[in-house]
Design a protein around this ligand. Structure first.
Ligand code: FDA
Length: 307
């Protein structure tokens, strides 16, 4: 792994740095580039603007690694409030939610996470929208896929993220490529050991293409989460090869990253979903975004130094 990326990912887990960044007012402005706001209403406002531009949205209430039942409950309530507000604003046809199981109690008890995620799925169903489970570090993959399997018994449309950097992922794609499935394929954002994950960027890209082919060949609904222009081009070509029409798969990108490309693809008739994070616990999310791209880090440090 690139040393700068490793350093930033280490800072993601450092509480001292978290406090420094979290209280500096300028950094809060910079955070706005990647995070829609701290409140539900700010998240709904950001959704509304993107939907007006022809994009679709998935929203992530930021919070992770909860080992506290009450915090897990706060996360569930936040999703219920969000779904309610999206529905009232007439946006639930264009906006779904993304959930990290660790934020709803996975580290405490898988059953608790399942129950909490079930409550979010039931509310999403009432609003006519869907839920996708985010994927976290590799120690949680089996548990997350078990919970997915349980949720899909009642809500077959529940989606999951698979990470191309994991060596196991091609097999997981084969498992999940069937009718009715929704798989969001991304490269993967955590620091993982070589034993479980490809380390070289070109190996990750090759794995992404193998996985994309498997998903496009299958009968499910693949969701290609990447900003990588090369991969977007390859998926475009592969989708035609597999006779997939726009609307039978989609592209996904993060809020604030390559917004012009998001619009370009949507204007070309593709379905494009923007992943909007919001909430007070934005630090870990922001650090993963900075680790992905040195230019983002330079932008962030310059803004911090200028105050
Ligand atoms: P990569 O970071 O390699 O970037 C490739 C190229 O994209 C760059 O060379 C550049 O050309 C372009 N690019 C990237 N960032 C840019 C920027 N800021 N401005 C301009 N160009 C830029 N991860 C995870 O582990 N679990 C999860 O659940 C999710 N969920 C998720 C949902 C969605 C919708 C997305 C888009 C991503 C995730 N991720 C994730 C994150 C994912 O694993 C990955 O870390 C990031 O998407 C970055 O990888 P890229 O594919 O963009 O390629």
């Amino acid at each position: 792994m690139n040393p700068l990326r490793a350093l930033i990912l280490a800072a993601a887990g450092n509480n001292g740095i978290r406090r420094l960044v979290g209280t500096a007012p300028v950094s809060r402005d910079v955070v706005r580039r990647f995070v829609a706001g701290e409140s539900t209403s700010e998240a709904v406002t950001a959704t509304s603007a993107l939907v007006a531009d022809g994009l679709t949205v998935t929203l992530d209430y930021l919070g992770e690694d909860t080992t506290d039942r009450e915090l897990a409950e706060v996360t569930v309530q936040s999703y219920l409030e969000l779904l309610d507000q999206l529905h009232s604003a007439g946006l639930s046809g264009s906006a779904e939610v993304s959930v990290k199981l660790s934020a709803v109690g996975q580290a405490l008890d898988e059953r608790l996470a399942l129950d909490n995620a079930s409550r979010i799925c039931a509310a999403a169903e009432q609003c006519g929208t869907t839920v996708t489970l985010d994927m976290e570090d590799h120690t949680t993959t089996d548990s997350t896929l078990r919970v997915l399997g349980e949720l899909r018994r009642s809500w077959p449309w529940v989606g999951a993220v698979l990470q191309a950097y994991l060596r196991r992922t091609l097999d997981d794609c084969r498992e999940l490529a069937g009718a009715g499935s929704r798989v969001r394929l991304c490269k993967g954002a955590y620091k993982e050991p070589e034993s479980v994950a490809y380390q070289a960027p070109h190996e990750v890209d090759l794995s992404y293409v193998r996985c994309a082919n498997t998903l496009l060949q299958g009968d499910g609904y693949p969701m290609f989460a990447t900003h990588d222009p090369r991969l977007v081009g390859i998926i475009d070509e592969r989708a035609r090869w597999h006779d997939r029409k726009p609307g039978t798969y989609e592209y996904q990108m993060l809020y604030g990253i390559r917004p012009e490309e998001q619009l370009r693809l949507a204007q070309a008739g593709e379905t494009v979903r923007v992943y909007i994070p919001y909430g007070q616990e934005w630090y870990g999310y922001l650090m993963r975004r900075l680790a992905e791209r040195p230019a983002n880090t330079a932008f962030f440090l310059r803004a911090l130094a200028s105050k």
